[in-house]
Design a protein around this ligand. Structure first.
Ligand code: EPU
Length: 450
């Protein structure tokens, strides 16, 4: 029930290191279910989604140990699976985080059976898993839905040709699920319409390091030649491209100057191009990016699409920035067409946002005004924090548990860059930001008369 209390108006300045990528770490952790022997991961972000998946894996017989962070504050994780353990991923854990559905493919491939709760809808809209199931069925799994669970069996999976693209393009975790399952299948699997996101490429590199035989990562056609066994390795999780862009946008929205280190600028090419269109001065070397924002953002227009397009996960954060642009911006989300719950909260801060199905139009204002707003999902919550950094006066963002799912030490990092942000417990003494009263309006009117 914690909230962030933010006093807006400070320009963020300085240097900050980005954490490891949540969406890279999650499928790589799930892949431990395929492996004989221990795996050691570094740069695993300390975020709630990682702990939730660790709990799911624990139920499935994987011993997950996290060690102290090293000098650079990067944590280590050791995972060791007992393949004789049970194979049920229960609803109360899977429903907390959709990515835990990624245990299905590995369980099936290594243990021949899996019972995994079917994730329901979520705050981003309807999120079916039909493509995951289609892919695993093509590999020979017998799949039934029983009382809200996927019950799957296969003596040994068999390689197949699989088309994974759906109406909204390919599926990131679906590609991960099928690719992981195919590593231990008999024969060769060809996945067409595969996701090309860096997180899928990283998973493919990791599986190859475990002994898998994979070609075509980063292209829409991935070929996996099954092997009989995968064995342990050490792997470093790549930096988080969405967190990197979030920190740069925090600089942009406050007119600041921020350098993000330990990053992968090559994962953000189209994003950096978009940043330049609204007037940001962006430079980078191989592992650090600097963004300076000398003026109010110009209005901009973009479509959120699969990689290498602008990621849907940045759509809410870009929408927050558009609120202070010097004119009207337009945004379309083709990946999650109804991902707009943050728009209603941003309206509370004084901006006009018009949403029509997968499109939104935002008429920028010179200054947002602080308000009490509610975080509805991870990226939407981060967008509200960014809006608060730019707003006049105090903003309280409640329900920050959503932000904890995917941003490591978010408030500390922003505070380090000069933001006035504190985490507060929302309890009986909780005080909402001051609200306008009739009395203060009367006083203002009297002053205006005078
Ligand atoms: N889809 C289907 N059928 C499926 C799977 C997906 O129709 O079986 C549709 C979805 O409804 C959506 C589109 O395909 O319209 C793409 O969804 P995708 O499966 O790629 O999303 P995901 O794998 O569930 C991952 C990230 C999300 C990110 C999306 C899109 C992880 C753990 N999650 O989700 O990250 O938004 O890809 O890039 O990797 C976040 O980090 O905040 C987050 C939501």
């Amino acid at each position: 029930m914690d909230a962030y209390r933010i006093i807006g108006g400070r320009k963020l300045q300085g240097t900050v290191a980005v954490s490891g990528s949540k969406n890279t770490a999650l499928p790589i952790m799930a892949a431990s279910l395929l492996v004989d022997g221990p795996v050691h991961l570094t740069n695993v972000p300390d975020v709630v989604d990682v702990s939730t998946l660790a709990a799911v894996l624990g139920r499935l017989g994987v011993a997950v140990e996290r060690s102290e962070v090293d000098d650079e504050r990067r944590s280590r994780m050791r995972l060791l699976a007992d393949h004789n353990a049970q194979h049920v991923a229960p609803n109360h854990l899977v429903s907390r985080m959709r990515a835990s559905f990624c245990v299905l493919g590995p369980l099936l491939a290594r243990r021949g059976r899996a019972v995994v709760a079917l994730p329901g809808g979520c705050n981003l809209g309807d999120r079916p898993v039909d493509l995951h199931l289609k892919g695993l069925a093509a590999l020979g799994a017998e799949i039934q839905i029983q009382r809200g669970y996927v019950v799957a069996r296969a003596k040994r999976l068999r390689g197949a040709e699989i088309q994974l693209a759906g109406v909204h393009g390919s599926t990131v975790t679906g590609t991960a699920n099928v690719m992981m399952a195919a590593t231990l299948a008999e024969g060769t699997t060809t996945i067409r319409g595969a996701a090309v996101e860096p997180e899928v490429v990283e998973l493919g590199r990791y599986l190859s390091q475990l002994g898998a035989n994979i070609e075509g990562m980063g292209t829409p056609t991935i070929s996996v030649r099954g092997v009989s066994r995968l064995s342990g390795t050490n792997y470093e999780i790549a930096p988080d491209r969405i967190e990197t862009a979030t920190l740069l946008l925090a600089a942009a929205i406050t007119g600041g100057d921020v350098t993000v280190t330990s990053a992968r600028p090559d994962h953000l090419e189209s994003v950096l191009k978009l940043f330049r269109t609204f007037g940001a001065e962006v430079s980078h070397d191989e592992s650090a990016l600097r963004l300076r924002m000398p003026q109010r953002p110009r209005p901009f227009h973009f479509v959120a699409e699969p990689y290498p397009g602008i990621p849907t996960d940045l759509q809410p954060l870009m929408l927050a920035l558009s609120c202070i642009a010097d004119g009207s911006s337009t945004i379309e989300d083709r990946v999650f067409p109804v991902r707009w719950r943050h728009a209603g909260e941003l309206r509370r801060m004084g901006v006009h946002v018009h949403v029509d199905r997968c499109h939104s139009t935002i008429d920028g204002v010179e200054r947002l005004v602080g308000a009490a707003v509610r975080s509805m999902d991870l990226r939407g919550g981060a967008a509200l924090v960014l809006a608060g950094l730019a707003a006049q006066g105090e903003t309280v963002v409640t329900n920050v548990a959503h932000i904890d799912r995917g941003y490591e030490r978010f408030a500390q990092k922003l505070g380090h860059l000069g933001a006035d942000i504190e985490r507060v417990a929302v309890n009986s003494e909780y005080r909402e930001p001051s609200h306008p009263t009739t009395r203060s309006r009367q006083v203002r009117e009297r002053l205006a008369d005078a």
